[in-house]
Design a protein around this ligand. Structure first.
Ligand SMILES: Cc1ncc(COP(=O)(O)O)c(C=O)c1O
Length: 428
């Protein structure tokens, strides 16, 4: 339950955030508070003693919420042993194999191997590298309008959700498909007029578009693109970094369409990142793909494996579908919001304008509810999988009140919160 002891930001948090702003190399801080170790379930705490209800799950990377007993147990088991990170592609730890086996166990048959790496963007980098390696005549890749695949330079070339991510950075050649059924026609035209299939390195798709606007690709789009990819032997990649690991109510978002990609990426909720594919997809020339830490972070790997185990044991996929349905119907009852949508625990709604969207996020935060923006005027609703019904009701009430308050002509933000909160401008 939400408990606010100070205005947001509280004085202790504000001091640290101001200092960080002066020295941090990048600036994409979304929320003006500093986490404290406490909290449980869907609620986190800050160093000023405030307790927030989290409908953002650390940008979908915290599926089991705060202080889950199963994860605390993993942490305890690692006490006192260092290093916690091994140079995992060069020196072997047991957890490396265990995680690959765990991933293969929740992947479609045939996707039996994985390359483990540090971040989502690096997983994307490596997914496209293995496709390119298979097709040495490759001239460009294909992604979708408003896609987000990460910010390293290769991944950034595929990303297309905000110009702020791209200004000033070089990119490699990409062709873009419109989002929706028209994508299929565009790909057919590309193949008729612009490129031979062997010149296309890969098609990459989020089977639930995240940062770009929480949009669910229509069936015709996915099936049509998949069919063309298969017929022309173009590698087909699913980016599951935000939507995967059960958030949509299935382990992987592509499973809603009955397609099996040549490779898929996972990250965020997995606690490490991975490219999963058939063994034959990977380049086994020594050093062709590698990194110091990939496959070597003992605690992250153990946390990720435990996360998979808990999702299975506590039947959280089924729970996400059920509780997500409850949350979505609650959102549909709120007047003044639009386009309530989603699958499982991956939900969103729109406000009529970008400004109204930002106002609602800020007003909710001021009242202890954490939300994240997406697209031009969307708000993500992505609580941890363990959220309870009463917490859903509490969050819905905060949203309802914020929508009402911000719709008044006389509405003005009060306090410093407005100076620090980023709304839809910086997440992933
Ligand atoms: C779909 C998708 N792909 C890739 C990324 C990049 O992951 P990371 O931030 O871990 O580099 C993100 C999010 O950040 C994402 O949502």
């Amino acid at each position: 339950m939400i408990r606010l002891k100070t205005k947001i930001p509280g004085p202790k948090s504000l001091k640290i955030i101001k200092q960080l702003k002066k020295r941090n190399g990048g600036w994409s801080v979304s929320y003006p508070f500093v986490h404290a170790p406490g909290g449980e379930g869907a609620c986190c705490e800050d160093i000023d003693g405030n307790r927030f209800l989290d409908f953002g799950s650390q940008i979908a990377s915290n599926p089991l919420g705060y202080n889950h007993p199963g994860l605390l147990e993993v942490l305890r088991s690692y006490q006192g042993s260092t290093p916690v990170k091994f140079a995992g592609q060069d020196f072997v730890i047991r957890e490396h194999l265990d995680m690959i086996e765990k991933l293969a166990g929740i992947a479609p048959k045939g996707l039996d191997s994985a390359f483990l790496i540090n971040s989502g963007a690096e997983a994307v980098e490596n997914a496209i590298k293995l496709c390119m390696r298979k097709r040495p005549g490759t001239k460009f890749g294909i992604s979708v309008e408003r896609a987000f695949h990460g910010r390293t330079l290769g991944a950034l070339s595929l990303t297309n959700s905000s110009r702020a991510h791209k200004r000033g950075y070089m990119r490699f050649p990409m062709l873009r498909l419109p989002f929706g059924d028209r994508a299929v026609e565009r790909l057919e035209t590309i193949l008729e007029t612009e490129a031979y299939p062997e010149e296309i390195g890969f098609i990459i798709l989020e089977h639930f578009q995240g940062e770009g606007g929480y949009r669910i690709p229509p069936e015709g789009m996915v099936k049509g693109l998949y069919k063309i990819a298969k017929n022309n032997k173009i590698p087909y990649i699913s980016d599951e970094i935000q939507a995967g690991m059960g958030r949509t109510g299935k382990w992987w978002a592509f499973q809603h369409y009955g397609v099996v990609p040549d490779a898929f990426t996972s990250g965020k909720a997995l606690q490490v990142a991975a490219v999963v594919a058939n063994h034959k997809m990977f380049p086994y020339e020594k050093g062709a793909i590698s990194s110091t830490w990939g496959g070597g972070h003992t605690i992250d790997l153990a946390m990720g494996m435990k996360t998979i185990e808990i999702i299975k044991k506590q039947k959280l996929l089924e729970r996400n579908r059920r509780m997500g349905g409850y949350l979505l119907s609650g959102l549909k009852d709120i007047e003044g919001i639009q386009n309530q949508r989603g699958r499982g625990m991956m939900l969103a709604f729109d406000m009529p304008t970008r400004k109204r969207r930002d106002d609602v996020i800020i007003e909710c935060a001021r009242n202890g509810l954490l939300l994240l923006g997406c697209g031009t005027q969307g708000i993500r609703v992505i609580p941890p999988f363990v959220i309870e019904k009463e917490e859903i009701d509490e969050g819905l009430e905060v949203i309802r009140n914020a929508v009402k308050a911000t719709s008044r002509k006389s509405f003005r933000h009060s306090g410093k919160i407005h100076d620090f909160i980023a709304c839809g401008r910086s997440h992933a």
